[in-house]
Ligand binder design. Structure first.
Ligand code: HEM
Length: 487
């Protein structure tokens, strides 16, 4: 029996090698996969490994298990693909399906429900802030709280993670739930902690294995912790919904939840095929809360690292800000043109932090073609931001932190076409305008008022960071000192 099993195994492996080889030429080139396992698990340093895929040309392929995944290595081919609806689906992932039951916005495949939910969320994001400029006011108000909070520990070694995460989250919370939370609110701090754990754990290899072998969800493992965290985050949203129902005034919706409750009522009367129901509301609100918190907060944390490591850039930004605004006037989005170096620095932070280095996976919704390759329906497509953001043809200083990457020869800000941190096409980041407002206003007002340094020099920071769902920096401590306003 053992011999038969052994021979059977050998036969299966040989067959698999034959299958992979026979498809060469039909599938873009890439590193040779291991039978059944694929390519990804053999990556030790994921960022470097991804970047190196550009050696195979504009398009390459890796294998996740037995399935080829197409990697878009340049801005041109990413644009060509992502503007098309045929490339705008999302792959089915057992972990995501287990958690979100196919509801919400971010992980839902292209179709009627996604379109309705996305459109509604965009519309309410605009109405409860962006269009009326009041999101800008909220960020500025919050930046005052953030500066005060960070300076409470002036001169002492402190980890800025919680303060930044809380400040950023308060903006999406005020849009979605109509409230902000104080930095010492224990329950909210706990939620932010499990939110980060959620993104960290969901990106681990152990959890990726669950996507390949879904039945392991019934066994102990990190995925159980993810489910537990997710249930607690859902509990928070459901509680908000319950409170909103009790206090809803139909003539004066306060936020996303109120607007959604009214939309459910409206659609129930008029539209039988409506995708507006309470579970979709809960999941969409959770998507906004999750996507609207750790993305921007993680970018700002990377920003502090780059600014401390490059004190000349930190000083030049500070000088520019003080020259234009003084110490007391807070920045506004209209100041971007007057602060080209600072604005360029904010973009350079995003390029170097590269918090979503492989993008968010897309899937083809129909058979299609790309650069001569036939791409079947249901093929997973990823964009290689790790390669695009360090492409020597497109960046003046691809391998260094240097705001000159976003400045022209006259010192004016310009955005190279390769800068697609928010992706593009029908799936482009829904929170792009919000995130850009937060990044510019928070970073500018912090640099106006605070000088950042390491607690002791020299500090060794692992710039590879940690890969979860996002590219996180490792935990670090800093020293904040108030800028002397009479400097
Ligand atoms: C999707 C980046 C902030 C909400 C995405 C995608 C990227 C991205 C790369 C995937 C696009 C694609 O599939 O091609 C970022 C970055 C941010 C940021 C770098 C901050 C620095 C935000 C914020 C929100 C948000 C503040 C809150 C509203 C979303 C949602 C999606 C998304 C809901 C899913 C869109 C869809 O599937 O239709 N983001 N994002 N993001 N983002 Fe952001």
């Amino acid at each position: 029996v053992c011999l038969a099993l052994f021979l059977g195994l050998i036969f299966m492996v040989l067959f698999e090698i034959f299958r992979i080889n026979s498809r060469r030429g039909q599938i873009p080139p890439g590193p040779r996969p291991l039978p059944f396992v694929g390519t990804i698990p053999s990556f030790k340093k994921p960022l470097e490994a991804f970047r190196s895929l550009s050696q195979y040309g504009e398009i390459s392929a890796v294998y996740i298990g037995r399935k080829p995944v197409i990697i878009l290595n340049t801005i041109q081919v990413t644009k060509e693909a992502f503007v098309q609806e045929a490339f705008s689906g999302r792959p089915f992932m057992p972990l995501v399906d287990w958690l979100s039951k196919g509801l919400g916005i971010a992980m839902v495949t292209f179709g009627h429900s996604w379109r309705q939910q996305r459109r509604f969320a965009l519309h309410t994001l605009r109405n409860f802030g962006l269009g009326k400029k009041s999101v800008e006011d909220r960020v500025l108000e919050e930046s005052r709280y953030l500066i005060a909070e960070m300076l409470k520990a002036e001169g002492k070694s402190m980890n800025p993670q919680h303060d930044i995460q809380n400040a950023v989250s308060n903006i999406i919370c005020s849009i979605v739930f109509g409230e902000r939370f104080d930095y010492d609110n224990k329950h909210f701090s706990y939620l932010l902690k499990i939110l980060s754990d959620h993104f960290m754990l969901s990106g681990t290899t152990a959890v990726q294995i669950l996507n390949l072998v879904p039945f392991i969800k019934h066994f102990p493992g990190p995925h159980q912790k993810i489910m537990q965290n997710f249930t607690e985050l859902l509990g928070f949203i459901r509680n908000e919904v319950r409170e909103h129902k009790e206090t809803l005034d139909p003539d004066s919706p306060r936020d996303f939840i109120d607007a959604y409750l009214l939309e459910i009522e409206k659609q129930q009367k008029s539209n039988e095929g409506s995708t507006f129901h309470e579970e979709n509301m809960v999941m969409s609100a959770l998507d906004l809360f999750l996507a609207g918190t750790d993305t921007t907060a993680t970018t700002i944390r990377w920003g502090l690292i780059y600014l401390i490591q490059n004190p000349d850039v930190q000083e030049r930004c500070h000088e520019e800000i003080v020259r234009v605004l003084g110490y007391d006037r807070l920045p506004s989005m209209d100041d971007r043109d007057k602060l080209p170096y600072t604005y360029a620095t904010v973009h350079e932070i995003q390029r170097c932090a590269n918090i979503v280095p492989f993008g968010v996976a897309h899937e083809t919704t129909q058979p299609t073609k790309l650069r001569g390759y036939d791409i079947p329906k249901g093929t997973v497509i990823m964009t290689n931001l790790a390669a695009i953001f360090s492409d020597k043809k497109h960046w003046k200083h691809p391998d260094a932190f240097n705001p000159e990457n976003f400045l022209d020869e006259n010192g004016n800000f310009f955005k190279p076409e390769s800068f697609i941190a928010f992706s593009l096409g029908p799936r482009v980041c829904l929170g792009e305008t919000l995130a850009r407002t937060e990044l510019f206003l928070y970073i500018t007002s912090l640099l106006q008022r605070i000088h950042f340094s390491w607690p002791s020099e020299p500090q060794t920071i692992d710039m590879d960071g940690v890969m979860g769902v996002f590219h996180f920096p490792q935990s670090f401590n800093i020293i904040c000192r108030s800028r002397d306003t009479k400097e």
